[in-house]
Design a protein around this ligand. Structure first.
Ligand code: FES
Length: 120
């Protein structure tokens, strides 16, 4: 059902965890299934230097969290703010089952919240 990249990111995510003294934290939940995603960012010189996630969710949500971290890391805050769910799907090889696309939105929503938190 899932593409190779989705399974790879689900099985071996490199960005799972928390960041102590994070500059921004974003937490979002999916009302339909109750899954939760918490994203932490560390910013230096306006660049996202570190990014970690804790996701209590399905395969697509975890793989999307990992994909989002890979896409956002090293970007300036302004560049990261312009990322969309399409960038996450692209990082996943462009192949997320239609019924699971809503799960992938958790990651991008959490990033936007973390950036908002950082800017406060
Ligand atoms: S089923 Fe809950 S995020 Fe995918």
């Amino acid at each position: 059902m899932y593409a190779k990249k989705v399974m790879e990111y689900f099985k071996s995510p490199k960005h799972v965890g928390t960041i102590k003294n994070a500059d921004g934290v974003g937490e979002v939940g999916n009302m339909k299934c109750g899954d939760i995603l918490k994203l932490y960012i560390k910013v230096k010189d306006n660049v996202i230097k570190e990014i970690k996630f804790e996701t209590f969710g399905c395969v697509a949500a975890i793989a999307s969290s990992e994909a989002l971290c890979r896409v956002a890391k090293g970007k300036t805050v302004d560049e990261a703010e312009k990322l969309s769910n399409e960038d996450v799907i692209k990082e996943l090889g462009g192949d997320v089952p239609a019924v699971k696309v809503h799960c992938s939105f958790l990651a991008i929503d959490a990033l936007k919240k973390a950036i908002k938190d950082y800017k406060k």
